[in-house]
Ligand binder design. Structure first.
Ligand code: HEC
Length: 119
């Protein structure tokens, strides 16, 4: 197996006990669609991990629900660099522009990301 997901304990990564290794089940159809995008075409899981626990390439998303809403996440994901420029508290260095651009897809991604954050 190739260890693309460095946070996996089986890859020798560091799994902190606070980090949930398994993603929750989607509670709505929108979240289910967001999950499919997160782990599929949008490839968010490549950097943030399938459960949002983070990898060497991207920070953990778990525990960040207090600083985001579905609306602000959809806005951020539509244009991470632009959003960060307007919100200096959000760091912008390596978060790529998502390949997903459709507004409905971004709303689904935002709903699922918020769920992974712990909302
Ligand atoms: C190539 C790796 C990579 C991919 C792919 C990626 N991200 Fe990120 N993401 C990052 C990094 C690194 C950061 C930290 C900020 C920065 O460096 O720009 C980040 C930051 C974030 C943040 C802000 C967290 C905070 O509050 O500080 C969110 C939300 C996020 N990503 C969600 C996503 C979603 C959803 C996707 C899929 C559409 C995605 N990311 C795809 C690497 C990635």
């Amino acid at each position: 197996m190739t260890c693309a997901v460095l946070a996996l304990p089986s890859c020798g990564g560091v799994a902190s006990p606070e980090v949930r290794a398994e993603a929750p089940e989607p509670a709505t159809e929108l979240e289910g669609r967001g999950r499919a995008l997160f782990t599929g075409p949008a490839a968010c899981s490549a950097c943030h991990g399938g459960a949002g626990g983070g990898t060497m390439l991207g920070p953990a998303l778990q525990g960040l629900a207090a600083r985001w809403s579905a609306e602000t996440l959809a806005e951020y994901l539509a244009d991470p660099a632009g959003y960060a420029a307007r919100h200096p508290e959000i760091e912008h260095r390596r978060m790529p522009q998502p390949a997903v651009t459709d507004a409905a897809d971004l709303a689904a991604l935002a709903a699922w990301t918020l769920r992974l954050m712990g909302a």
